[in-house]
Design a protein around this ligand. Structure first.
Ligand code: IMP
Ligand code: MG
Length: 196
């Protein structure tokens, strides 16, 4: 059994990112601020902004769970705040994955207090079935419940720079050996579905 399966290829990702960017471009009424949540969404943001047909500002936030609070507590801390004021601006939070939604719910509550004109979410991956709290997702690239790596998504800081989105088929095995997928860097890229 191989360790991973192709979830979406680079080309499939680019096509979907283009659709999301078109939707965002037609929805905004003035120059939006795209706020990327570090680090997983950086590659997605870079592709997304280049497909927008409107001008946009970009900014970054970084958050982490409180040590000891537990993964599922939703208690998070802003490690790096965004620099731009959001008052009366159209703000779009750019996420890699919305899983339980706890991180995002915290972030939204915080940004709401700063008085943005609009506050919307754009996530590359939506894991709807795993949701504990329900922030409304305005733009969602792909739906899954599986663990993915590549295209910015990591496992313990690894595999972000793999160009495709890959499904990890045996997560406990990767937990036991985080370097297990390193061989993927020296392999031929996966064939596209339908490609000869
Ligand atoms: P949650 O929505 O608060 O549970 O947190 C979602 C965060 O968990 C994401 O921003 C990712 O950093 C991480 N995460 C969840 N699922 C995945 C995955 O499939 N691959 C890589 N990171 C993930
Ligand atoms: Mg994240």
């Amino acid at each position: 059994m191989s360790d991973t399966e192709l979830f979406r290829s680079q080309d499939q990702i680019q096509a979907r990112v283009k659709q999301l960017a078109q939707q965002i471009s037609s929805d905004v009424t003035e120059r939006p601020i795209l706020v990327a949540v570090l680090k997983g969404s950086v590659i997605f943001l870079a592709d997304l902004i280049r497909e927008l047909s409107v001008e946009a500002d970009i900014d970054f936030m970084s958050i982490s769970s409180y040590p000891g609070a537990g993964q599922r507590s939703g208690v998070v801390r802003i490690v790096k705040d965004m620099e731009m004021p959001v008052e009366d601006r159209e703000v779009i939070v750019v996420e890699d994955v919305v899983d339980t939604g706890l991180t995002l719910a915290f972030l939204l509550r915080n940004l709401e207090t700063r008085g943005p004109r609009t506050l919307r979410i754009c996530t590359l991956i939506n894991k709807g079935v795993r949701r504990i709290v329900e922030p409304f997702i305005h733009y969602s690239g792909f739906e899954t419940s599986e663990f993915l790596v590549g295209y910015g998504l990591d496992f313990k800081g690894r595999y972000r720079n793999l160009p495709d989105l890959l499904t990890v088929k045996d997560l406990p095995r990767l937990v036991a050996d985080p370097r297990r997928l390193e061989y993927l860097y020296s392999e031929e890229p996966a064939a596209q579905p339908g490609e000869k």
